[in-house]
Design a binder for this molecule. Structure first.
Ligand code: OSB
Ligand code: MG
Length: 371
């Protein structure tokens, strides 16, 4: 039985060691909202994965702060829950804002695992693999030479696949240069919705580069257009932004809009939905992988637990802490071995310790939510 005594929310400011640029903009510093749920002196932790601006989806760090403080967290106080899988229902009346809802939901899953003294990956039905295969997502660079150098570095670190961010003006020529230099690597491209069906002929040129898939080329909310595009494209389409609920996964698969799915805990509202989407894709023979949102250690650790579910068969975007942070907020930090795998941590909860000193350093707002 879960009965949460206290909920603490924190805003962190964490500079990235290197800027990260997508078709919707460049990030140099993250603002991260953390959720800590406490029962009988035991803390469960969640990280809200909203970005700093409402550009990936409608959420941003401070919208999530308000949603968690005003609408989600208070619902958990003064009540008993059978298990973490029930948390989603408490905030089901909120339209959108899945990342805010997920931050709380994931914290309760972590708490539940800790109360039972077991690893989070066991609680969610994971543990199918002890080594999580990792790729990297490489942002838009200032020059193609910079990009080639970055790819070289990541490959020598062991990463198993390279994902490039693309947008109009940074696509075909860039992919050609990368393929010329690295003919054999597992390569993908993510457009973050930078194109429309007007670009159909242009997008067909992607087929010459033998990508494993192209991620979310079209509108963030348009599954039907992706189905249309897939009929003209040999390269499989992977959906990210479009899949915000299990129903979207069903529809996208049914319509032929997604041959691969990127699952992000935040985007889909937490573990319960992520597991449902995982199961739907698995039953349909559609492989999934774990996406990233430039997470700090707690979100990263939740991703690692999720990626141990059986159908996470493709290398994900979850990589080593040091690619993002001079010092992460967990200990040990997340590391990747020379073959590009993360070892699934076996400890209780999400399997790492919160680095309280580091957390204090980067926290600029802290508040306890009242019922
Ligand atoms: O679309 O996958 C994406 C980062 C921010 C917003 C959206 C995306 C990304 C990434 C980075 O690709 C993945 C990571 O390194 O965390
Ligand atoms: Mg993406």
């Amino acid at each position: 039985m879960i009965h949460i005594d206290e909920i603490r929310i924190r805003l962190l400011r964490m500079p990235l060691v290197r800027f990260f640029e997508t078709s919707f903009g460049r990030t140099t510093e993250r603002r991260v909202l953390l959720v800590e749920v406490v029962q009988d002196g035991i803390s469960g932790w969640g990280e809200v994965t909203a970005g700093e601006h409402p550009f990936f989806n409608e959420e941003w760090t401070l919208s999530a702060y308000e949603i968690v403080r005003e609408y989600v967290a208070p619902k958990l106080l003064n009540r008993k829950l059978e298990n973490a899988a029930e948390v989603g229902k408490l905030s089901a009346g909120i339209r959108g804002h899945n990342m805010a809802r997920a931050g709380v939901e994931c914290a309760v899953w972590d708490l539940e695992a800790r109360l039972r003294n077991e690893p989070l990956f066991k609680r969610i039905g994971g543990g199918a693999r002890a080594a999580i295969p990792c790729g990297v997502s490489i942002g838009i660079q200032d020059t193609v030479d910079d990009l080639l150098e970055r790819i070289e570095t990541e490959l020598s670190a062991g990463y198993q696949r390279i994902k490039l961010k693309i947008k109009p003006g940074w696509d075909i020529d860039v992919l050609r240069a990368v393929r010329q230099r690295f003919p054999e690597i597992q390569l993908t491209a993510d457009a973050n919705s930078a194109y429309t069906l007007k670009d159909l002929e242009h997008l067909k040129r992607i087929d010459e580069f033998g990508l494993n898939y192209v991620e979310q080329p079209l509108s963030h909310d348009d599954i039907i257009d992706h189905a249309t595009l897939q009929r003209s494209l040999a390269t499989p389409i992977c959906l990210d932004e479009c899949i915000r609920a299990p129903r979207h996964a069903e529809q996208a698969i049914e319509l032929g809009a997604a041959r691969v799915i990127n699952i992000k805990l935040g985007r889909v509202g937490g573990f319960a939905n992520a597991i449902r989407i995982h199961d739907i894709a698995q039953a349909a023979g559609v492989p999934v992988w774990c996406g990233g949102m430039l997470e700090a250690g707690i979100g990263r650790a939740h991703n690692i637990a999720m990626a141990s579910l059986p159908n996470f068969v493709l290398p994900g975007d979850v990589s080593a802490s040091k690619r993002y942070w001079a010092r992460d907020i967990i200990q040990p930090e997340v590391t990747v071995d020379a073959r590009g795998n993360i070892a699934l941590p076996q400890g209780v909860g999400f399997g790492f310790e919160v680095d309280q000193d580091r957390l204090r350093e980067v926290t600029y707002v802290q508040e306890t939510v009242e019922a």
